[in-house]
Design a binder for this molecule. Sequence first.
Ligand code: NYM
Ligand code: MG
Length: 215
Amino acid sequence: PGVMACKRGALIVLEGVDKAGKTTQCNKLVQALQQSGRPVEMMRFPDRTTTIGKLISAYLEKKSDLEDHTVHLLFSANRWELVPLMKKKLEQGTTLVVDRYAFSGVAFTSAKPGFCLDWCKQPDVGLPKPDLVMFLQLSPAEAALRGQFGEERYETSVFQRTVQQKFEQLMKDPSVNWQVIDAAQGVDEVHKDITNYSLNAINIAQNLPLGELWK
Ligand code: NYM
Ligand code: MG
């Protein structure tokens, strides 16, 4: 008898502007999937633990300055350096829940003057394609109710409004499985929506090959 192909895990991404609740919801989703006996791991981008990630982290904390194109390419390189690990995990049947991905990469850089969406997408073309991208939608007014922004680069309401518009442009692309989640709901309601979409994506992905993003 031939060796049975192991069913692959799903690549699930949470996106949204700062303070939308991505990290909280990623943690809750991982916990719920674990409790239901499904193999799952969380990842986040930028992954600040690698050599490239440390350069990015210093930039975000304003401890260093980097030229805008350069930092964009570093964010992308930080994803590419983790691709072999991601593919291995997915092939082993582990679902990956990812806090930000290439969409944040494009939305944040293209919110800067002089950057078009298309240039920003190019370095991430061919990354593992998420089976599901959930966008946690929160209006600037609702975000303001959640308190002050932090001290890192990009954490101003003016910049975040532009980032939101860039995400909206990216969401028009039907080649990506976008689902918009109303992040103004309570934590448990948001979690319920996210879990339902995720279980569905896990079921569908297990019989499909992993795709290539924007290709
Ligand atoms: N960010 C994140 C980018 O500018 N480009 C990227 O490719 C990614 C993944 O870094 N403000 C920005 C968005 C956030 C910051 O914040 C990372 P956090 O809190 O570590 O998710
Ligand atoms: Mg954050």
